[in-house]
Design a protein around this ligand. Sequence first.
Ligand code: ASP
Ligand code: MG
Length: 439
Amino acid sequence: MKVIKFGGTSVGSANSILSVKRIVEAINEPLIVVVSALGGITDKLINTSKMAAAGDSSYENEFREIVYRHVEMIKEVIPAGEAQVSLQRRVGELLNELKDIFQGIYLIKDLSPKTSDTIVSYGERLSSIIAAQLTGAEWFDSRRFIKTEKKHSKHVLDTELTTSLVRETFKDMPRRVLVPGFISTDKITGEVTNLGRGGSDYTAAIIAAALDADALEIWTDVDGFMTADPKVISTAYTINELSYVEAMELCNFGAKVVYPPTIYPVCVKNIPILIKNTFNPSGKGTVIKSDIAEDQKPIKGISSINGTTLITVSGLSMVGVIGVNRRIFSALANNGISVFLVSQASSENSTSIGVRDADADAACEVLNAEFSKEIETGAMYRMTAESGLATVAIVGENMKHTPGIAGKLFGTLGRSGINVIACAQGASETNISFVVDSK
Ligand code: ASP
Ligand code: MG
């Protein structure tokens, strides 16, 4: 049994969804297909609701485009007849509900996160019933078995409950199943939630892990993981094989091929992941698994992300004091701020933390409040934040025990006149990250 997921562009046009049909029909084993919303629809749903909430009546035009995309697609891919009529009717019902919700928002000019989550769920609900009809698969509603709970004001998966619900739902599984990705419900209130932007990959991984699938396939619009962002490095090429660790390191930022939380659940179960291109099905793609063929390359790829802010916590009173780091990370965690790079020298008088630009102000505020007493007495300084930075990382499991990689990396940067503002390498030696000026 395998789980196979198609992203937004794969189901985004009549032509691409017909490729999906061909790919699915060529598979001769029990199958669970997971789909995203039609490409661009999630953004459009968010945009339409924001316009309505702002009292901008042209939200109706945006909404009409959403209707048009679905109605036209059905006309193009489902032969005229009874099946087409009944599908248009089901889709029409959902679109009517959506229309009423948008109108409600427009009238009361209020858009709560809860309403917003309900609205975006229509993207996958619509795409999945079209895809189910097209591929002759039985439709199952993921809101009934993907369950979240609220933590730090975010919805996170309840793995245990979800695993048992998935197993129960697919106990006697039909040969071909189709489910919407991304969407879920709160385990206590039953309200509609989701797994975060890009979360359909995660839905597929959760199901694959719960059912001990033989493989997880992610079909997207690129040939697989690349050695670097091709928009930045034109000679980047597709990597054929990656270990789970390498994939995790590479997808954390930069390579937007898979949603990062996807890797862990299948890695634990040792289920291989295959990344394939819907628009080039004969391409090799990238395989992610635990035992990859020997290869001598010390590094597999380079990931990079713009929009880094480096916050420095410093002060002479930090030296040798136990608990400063605990306070830094607790304060940030309690406010839902994610830290993706940490660098502290052994002198202990300063710790630098890499956060996304969007989190920078909040992070400074939280840390200034946490250390307000120390700052007042002069034992510590106010936080300093430097924005306009980029984080770059070289990734590869073969770096372990290979001397000279860091030397080569920093030597190359130095010779090119690039100043390294901060750097970090963990003892796992699978990643060396450094922060430089964006330009
Ligand atoms: N439709 C959702 C998004 O655009 C989920 C996904 O595509 O994976 O983020
Ligand atoms: Mg995606």
